[in-house]
Design a protein around this ligand. Structure first.
Ligand SMILES: [Zn+2]
Length: 320
């Protein structure tokens, strides 16, 4: 079996650096522009000089197969549910789910188009239980964020917070733009970006160390130098740490690559920028966004105290 695009090896423990960015760009193009076909993405990728794992040109079908493979998000299907596959992913779960929704909507023309969430990956958390809010549509199909209720294995949060995606994102957007309008903020952003680049290097090393530690534990177990119990415990601990290091790394990478360019009218910039760029600046400025339950069902405004913005101290970021 040929290896999967974006991964270096069959066990998918290592990403292939020169394929990670092209794949993210393909996915971004698919999600940003609802009219973009897989054929269109293949034409773009070939034009940009990217080739498949066997050196062939991209085609409609090979893009489709790649986008349907949950491994690109570090996931696999178990009884029809997406679960962690125990290896790194190149895109987020939300992006993968949006790709599947896109596929569905291309099959059934009247279905909802995919939604590109701004505040996933830990950018917003549940004010009641501190878990990450995740992108999820309401029963009516409206994009929203929710605290995922606990599943059978006990993973998940309280399930009590839900908020309309547009309502929350517009609210956060207003504050972020106001922050960007403050004098001196561009210089601070440049400095902070340099600091984040350092963090990226550091996190890369951390991830490498963890992968090496996991391999080492496997080898010790293979030589019967440690018991199966201690191997399982070590493996579980390393996997958890690895997961969090990788998500911090993905965060930092996005922040480090952010550029405001020469944008003069920041309100306009915000309203027209791709979600990935808005996400990067929002994450650079904000540590996280905390969302509390509404006072009642169906409240269509952000009530005072419902959304708490935790600003990052840019100066401490650049100070190390
Ligand atoms: Zn919760």
């Amino acid at each position: 079996m040929p290896r999967l695009y974006g991964f270096d090896d069959q066990s998918r423990q290592r990403l292939r650096d020169d394929e990670v960015d092209p794949l993210r760009q393909m996915v971004s193009r698919a999600l940003v522009d609802a009219s973009m076909s897989n054929q269109g993405i293949a034409v773009w990728a070939n034009g940009a000089g990217y080739r498949g794992t066997l050196g062939g040109e991209w085609k409609d079908a090979s893009i489709g197969r790649l986008f349907r493979n949950p491994a690109i998000a570090g996931l696999r299907y178990e009884d029809g549910e997406l679960v962690d596959a125990g290896h790194p992913g190149i895109i987020t779960r939300e992006e993968f789910e949006a790709l599947q929704a896109r596929e569905q909507s291309r099959k059934t023309a009247d279905a909802d188009p995919p939604y590109d969430y701004l505040l996933t990956d830990g950018a917003c958390t549940c004010g009641k239980c501190t878990k990450w809010l995740q992108g999820a549509r309401s029963n009516a199909g409206t994009p929203g964020y929710r605290c995922r209720p606990k599943d059978k294995q006990g993973r998940g949060g309280c399930g009590e917070v839900r908020i309309d995606a547009e309502l929350l994102e517009n609210h956060v957007g207003e504050y972020v733009v106001a922050e960007l309008l403050k004098p001196g903020i561009r210089d601070q952003i440049l400095e902070a970006r340099a600091a984040v680049r350092e963090q990226v290097n550091h996190l890369n090393r951390e991830v490498e160390d963890l992968v090496a530690r996991r391999t080492e534990a496997g080898a010790l177990y293979g030589q019967r130098q440690i018991s199966s119990d201690s191997f399982v415990a070590a493996d579980r601990e390393i996997t958890t740490t690895l997961k969090s290091a990788r998500s911090r790394l993905r965060y930092a990478e996005q922040m480090a690559n952010f550029s405001l360019g020469n944008a003069k009218d920041l309100v306009r910039w915000w309203n027209t920028a791709p979600t990935a760029s808005k996400k990067a600046i929002a994450m650079l400025l904000l540590e996280r966004v905390e969302v509390f339950p509404a006072s009642a069902r169906g409240v269509r405004t952000v009530e005072p105290g419902r959304v708490v913005l935790h600003w990052r101290k840019l100066s401490t970021l650049s100070g190390g």
